[in-house]
Design a protein around this ligand. Structure first.
Ligand code: 5GP
Length: 137
């Protein structure tokens, strides 16, 4: 099975899933190898690999349902904390190349392990970078 388009196969009904939500633009289902009980995936029906490829309409549709699905996952599991994770690119831990958002409840030690190693940002580098991003928008 081609892991790069397994979510396409789920969308096409060729591969089963535990569906928790569906509308015209999005589908949400339980992750098959959950990091914690309740780990849920939310995907757009638009077929693209990376977040930055999504149309504004698909992005808005995902944004509209994420809080609602997160509330339902919390209510169903009893969790009170969770991480929202969205990986883009193999180097960023993406394994399935169809845009997806993870909702991962944090219960005790179960959930997303985060390696967070911040470093200071110099004011001149920040100003220069900020300008480049603004120009690119
Ligand atoms: P990624 O590392 O690409 O952000 O995460 C992909 C996620 O998809 C993983 O958490 C993995 O467990 C999940 N996954 C992979 N194949 C399937 C599948 O066939 N069905 C479901 N429900 N989840 C899958």
């Amino acid at each position: 099975m081609d892991a790069s388009n397994i979510f396409g196969k789920i969308l096409d009904g060729e591969v089963p899933c535990h569906r928790v939500y569906e509308d015209d633009h999005t589908l949400a289902f339980l992750d098959i190898f959950p990091l914690s009980f309740g780990h849920t995936l939310v995907i757009p029906k638009q077929r693209c690999a990376y977040l930055h490829e999504l149309s504004d309409d698909s992005a808005a549709a995902i944004g509209r349902v994420l809080p609602r699905i997160a509330r339902a996952v919390l209510q169903a599991t009893g969790a009170t904390a969770y991480n929202l994770l969205q990986n883009n690119g193999a180097a960023a831990h993406q394994a399935v190349f169809h845009v997806h958002f993870h909702i991962i409840p944090r219960v005790g030690d179960a959930g997303l392990g985060v390696g967070w190693h911040p470093s200071p940002l110099a004011a001149d580098a920040a100003a220069e970078l900020c300008g480049r991003i603004v120009d690119a928008l």
